[in-house]
Unconditional design. Structure first.
Length: 255
């Protein structure tokens, strides 16, 4: 059972998570925040113990044991350009990484665009979705799944999963971790308005694939080249021979 009082004591934000909704089960926290007009407050956080239709990028199923992990979404309202959503995506990765590092002293690696790894295994993932009005995004929902206290992960995976419990060798407080993530997320959200370079550099410092030969797969297209860097909007710069290409989406792996 999630202890909301314990979570609230450690929450140190102005806006993010101040409207906090806890649910035993929903289809998808992202879908609910995007579609339900009752949840309209900027910074609303919806945490569900179980998501019957939880998913990752490309509608991949995200399976999480009820009551052991953190599966939640954050609602942001306003006017956003396309690239801002991508910066928020990378910023969220940094917030999760910082939180795991601060609380458990684990060595966290970030994999473009939205994977968070410990010892090359996936400990968390992010899915950003949005809705538009005219040509501007007016609502962004950031879905975050963190494997916290799940002891094992049966099945086959593209990237082997792990959890904080497996890596830290202890059952940990989900309440403390969620408040830490939201605290860091709000700081980074503010930095994205004035110190975007700092957030991008914090992401780069944890991205071990920069400079490596990689393969990018998106739908039926495969590209191979050197992961040169990310640009000022957080998109991937791929060097193929003497040409550079900007990549907005794709699954990245070491070649």
């Amino acid at each position: 059972m999630f202890n909301i009082e314990e979570f609230d004591i450690k929450l140190d934000t102005e806006m993010v998570g101040r409207n906090f909704i806890y649910s035993d089960e929903v289809d998808s926290t992202n879908a609910l925040l995007l579609s339900n007009k009752d949840f309209a407050q900027n910074g609303t956080v919806l945490l569900a113990e179980f998501q019957s239709a939880g998913r990752g990028r490309k509608d991949r199923t995200w399976v999480s044991n009820a009551g052991q992990n953190l599966t939640f979404s954050i609602l942001l309202k306003g006017e956003f350009h396309d690239h801002k959503a991508n910066l928020i995506n990378l910023g969220t990765s940094v917030a999760v990484a910082q939180s795991i590092e601060n609380l458990y002293q684990l060595n966290v690696e970030l994999k473009w665009p939205n994977d968070i790894l410990v010892n090359k295994k996936k400990i968390a993932g992010i899915l950003i979705e949005s809705s538009s009005k005219g040509n501007k995004i007016n609502k962004i929902v950031i879905g975050v799944g963190v494997n916290v206290n799940q002891p094992n992960f049966p099945g086959k995976f593209e990237i082997q999963p792990t959890s904080v419990r497996r890596e830290f060798k202890e059952i940990v407080s989900r309440e403390r971790l969620l408040s830490e993530i939201l605290n860091n997320f709000e700081v980074i959200l503010n930095q994205l308005n004035s110190e975007t370079k700092k957030v991008l550099n914090d992401w780069r410092n944890r991205a071990k694939l920069i400079g490596e030969k990689i393969k990018i797969v998106e739908e039926d297209k495969t590209k191979i080249g050197i992961f040169e860097d990310i640009n000022e909007h957080g998109f991937l710069i791929l060097r193929i021979g003497d040409k550079k290409e900007l990549i907005h989406f794709g699954d990245v792996s070491l070649r």
